[in-house]
Design a binder for this molecule. Structure first.
Ligand SMILES: *Cc1c(COP(=O)(O)O)cnc(C)c1O
Length: 393
């Protein structure tokens, strides 16, 4: 756990902490100063000497981003592709899997809308089926049910590690064991979990894992990454290719790169890449384990306090809960709570049924307030948030 002195210094290193009370880290966290500086410095360098020339000059930092991201998740640098965002990273993995009619995709109740939309598109196009593994009594994916659903038509297990709409943490390593035993593709959406909880891709046993820079990792917007396990990278031909992912070697022939960068494309936000690398290094310097313990204890404190408000209800599922707190207040529109908090410069969001339809529909939820602390938030900020919400009860 971080000490009070460490938290004070981390806040000092985060200019946004002086402007707002930020409980929207599941949307986009406040960047720390080294990330801001590295990102802006690169833009300035581009303006001074030219974009291509700046990329050459910054090669060490660009390559350093691959090293930092790889180290953060227990991967090797050649297993990392850096792309525009988590959705594109996930898409490059998912759409590249060669499905055949009759293949089955197994996914979770808490799956993210963009992923499900892609499943449905491929189901319609390729004749695969999409099946949702039921939850266990704690509201997480039932690994026993998953085991029973396995057969030789299952091609892919795709799961969001931490959903967009709450504190649930899926048992991704247990799911990984099932995937490994069956030898099926296993794709993990770690968009909310990278930076929020420690990640080790070998322990999870996934083939592919996608994430973003701007959420709990505290990097800039417009950049994300994809991990692809080295042993399978050459088995998967990317759905899109360009002159970066492949080389045009003869008039009628091209060769695809042998590393995960085959899932990238040539043009990219170089400043964003550098910024994400610095954010990954920063997360490791703070300590993901220590940061996670603190943000989760703030989240637990917030849950407890919300439950003490008359009409307050917390909706987070799972055995061990993460940093995303979802709640409602009887008879009060979550949007009104968000607006009221915004007037006090307290940032939260509203998560709607359209983002996680399987889950929200099953629980009869239309909209919830989503408050997502980070390690740099304080107990006093939690008090302030609760005070404003309580005043609306
Ligand atoms: C935010 C989110 C995404 C999408 O990430 P982008 O970087 O916006 O593409 C995917 N999955 C989950 C669970 C998310 O919360």
């Amino acid at each position: 756990m971080l000490t009070a002195e460490q938290v004070r210094r981390l806040r000092e290193d985060t200019p946004g902490c002086r402007e707002v009370i930020h409980f929207n880290n599941a949307g986009a966290a406040l960047m720390p100063r080294p990330v801001i500086d590295a990102t802006i410095d690169h833009l300035k360098l581009e303006s001074r000497i030219g974009g291509y020339e700046a990329a050459d000059a910054a090669e060490e930092f660009i390559e350093g981003a691959y090293d930092a991201v790889a180290r953060l998740i227990g991967a090797e640098r050649d297993e990392i592709a850096i792309v525009e965002n988590a959705t594109r990273a996930w898409d490059m993995a998912f759409y590249s899997i060669p499905f055949k009619p009759g293949d089955r995709i197994l996914t979770s109740m808490s799956e993210y809308a963009s992923n499900v939309i892609s499943f449905l598109q491929v189901a319609r196009r390729s004749g695969v089926t999409v099946e949702v593994v039921p939850n266990d009594e704690h509201g997480q994916m039932s690994v026993a049910a998953l085991r029973e659903m396995m057969d030789d038509r299952v091609r892919l297990i795709a799961v969001s590690h931490i959903p967009t709409n709450g504190g649930l943490i899926q048992p991704v390593a247990e799911i990984g064991k099932v995937a490994r035993e069956a030898g099926v593709f296993y794709l993990v959406d770690a968009c909310q979990s990278v930076g929020q909880v420690p990640i080790d891709v070998r322990a999870i046993g996934c083939d592919m894992l996608s994430a973003t820079s701007r959420k709990y990792l505290r990097g800039p917007r417009g950049v994300g990454f994809l991990y692809v396990r080295r042993e399978i990278v050459e088995q998967i031909e990317p759905v899109f290719l360009d002159l970066h992912a492949a080389t045009w070697v003869a008039p009628d022939r091209y060769e695809i790169r042998g590393d995960a960068r085959r899932f990238e494309n040539w043009e990219s936000n170089i400043a964003g890449k550098i910024g994400m690398g610095v954010a990954a290094a920063y997360a490791m310097a703070v300590g993901v384990e220590a940061g996670s313990a603190r943000l989760r204890s703030l989240a637990e404190m917030l849950r407890q306090r919300i439950c003490e408000i008359p009409g307050g209800a917390v909706h987070d599922l799972g055995v061990e809960r993460g940093g995303i707190v979802s709640f409602t207040l009887d008879g009060v529109d979550p949007e009104a709570i968000k607006q009221r908090l915004a007037a006090e410069r307290i940032n939260v969001t509203v998560s709607t049924v359209a983002s996680t339809r399987y889950d929200m529909t099953a629980r009869g939820l239309e909209r919830v307030v989503r408050a997502s602390p980070h390690y740099y938030n304080t107990e006093e900020e939690v008090d302030r948030l609760v005070e404003v919400v309580a005043s609306m009860a």
